[in-house]
Design a protein around this ligand. Structure first.
Ligand code: ATP
Ligand code: MG
Length: 359
């Protein structure tokens, strides 16, 4: 059986991109685990969040909100280990040891580091911003990720395309460690999530993101039906008569079709997939419906999408509401996750400390 690890930063309410691209797949892995016997670790990675400046009281809120969200989307703390990374100090201990095995050159080649550097330059609008203005922690971010994964001897990591390079570093560090000291870590493989990148509603050439300045560019899991309707209505489309799925030529319309198809292929726990139509089929279907009803195309697509989003969010929001009224339960689940994670983490660290001569 596989050991699967994945994480999310407590840096804001997840949006549809996070949900379709990552979180929903976690739930699918959990639901499949009855048959697969996969061992599942899902972590809220606070130590990663602080690689960028965070407001302390806000971070505190985001941490527990993220825990509530993970439970609300259907993750079950009995079947998975759902925990705060910062509750398990072994993450930083292993990260330090791996820091001492990771070469500076390799970290310098990480594209996410280069991207953050580029953003920092843009934001400050000056050319003399450089790596001296970003933290050592941010530079070492991929090493901490490797520690997260290896601490649980994970064999598989669900990641988006943007994270493949980081996972390669994890494999590399595992391999270096195994050769230098003692064979301890499996080399983790990636599981590519089936949903491709969800794009911004306002600028469909960039991805939907928590940190983009325009709040209308993303739909949050907590958005009310009214907010969803408004954001979908404002989404960029085009003036062509028929709908078609052509991501390169028609990114706006194609993004909405892709989101619709992804939402409609949702699997409910314990049931088989209800619909499996891809975005092309959805374009056909909607074209058909329009020619029958005479409604406008863009409107029909947007109305259908709004309904699908609202339907998806309704049960999640109801559960979130319930959990917010029961902070004691949330704390209890946090403690359960902490205990389960800590047991495994301590076992690994004891082996590591012996192997490298610290015990
Ligand atoms: P930020 O803009 O602050 O980096 P983010 O929206 O990228 O936020 P993360 O916490 O960095 O969110 O990512 C959480 C998970 O969601 C990761 O697995 C990432 O690959 C996935 N993800 C993020 N944005 C998208 C998107 N637009 N489409 C699909 N998956 C996404
Ligand atoms: Mg991100």
């Amino acid at each position: 059986p596989r050991v699967i690890f994945s994480g999310i930063q407590p840096t804001g309410i997840p949006h549809l991109g996070n949900y379709l691209g990552a979180l929903r797949n976690w739930v699918d892995l959990q639901n499949a685990s009855r048959d697969t016997s996969d061992e599942l670790y899902f972590s809220i990675v606070g130590y990663h969040a602080i690689t960028m400046p965070q407001n302390p009281s806000r971070l505190r809120t985001e941490r527990s909100e993220m825990m509530a969200t993970l439970l609300a989307i259907g993750l079950d703390p009995q079947r998975c280990t759902i925990f705060h990374q910062d509750h398990v100090a072994e993450h930083t201990e292993l990260a330090w040891i791996l820091n001492c095995l990771a070469s500076f050159g390799k970290l310098h080649r990480m594209t996410t580091w280069k991207a953050k550097l580029a953003t920092a330059r843009n934001v400050s609008d000056s050319t003399d911003v450089d790596d001296k203005d970003l933290s050592l922690g941010l530079f070492a971010y991929p090493v901490l990720q490797a520690a997260d994964i290896l601490l649980y001897k994970a064999t598989h990591v669900p990641v988006g395309e943007d994270q493949i390079q980081h996972l390669e570093l994890s494999r590399d560090l595992a391999d270096v460690y195994n050769r230098r000291f003692k064979r301890t870590f499996p080399l983790p493989a990636h599981i590519i999530t089936p949903t491709k990148r969800v794009l911004s509603l306002r600028d469909p050439t960039s991805k939907m993101s928590k940190s983009a300045p325009d709040a209308n560019s993303r739909i949050l899991l907590t958005d009310t039906p009214e907010e969803v309707r408004r954001k979908v209505r404002k989404a960029v489309t085009d003036a062509e008569v028929k709908l078609s799925y052509q991501p390169d030529q028609r990114p706006g319309v194609s993004n909405l079709l892709a989101i619709l198809a992804a939402l409609k292929s949702q699997t409910a726990p314990g049931t088989v997939e209800m619909e499996n139509a891809g975005p092309e089929e959805w374009a056909e279907r909607l074209n058909q419906e329009i020619s029958e009803s005479g409604a406008s195309l863009g409107q029909h697509l947007k109305a259908t999408l709004t309904d699908a989003v609202v339907e998806t969010l309704r049960p999640i929001q109801a559960e979130l509401e319930r959990l917010r009224k029961d902070p004691g339960y949330l704390t209890e689940m946090e403690q359960l996750g902490k205990q389960k994670a800590q047991t495994v983490a301590r076992r690994t660290m004891s082996q590591v400390r012996k192997s490298i001569g610290l015990e």
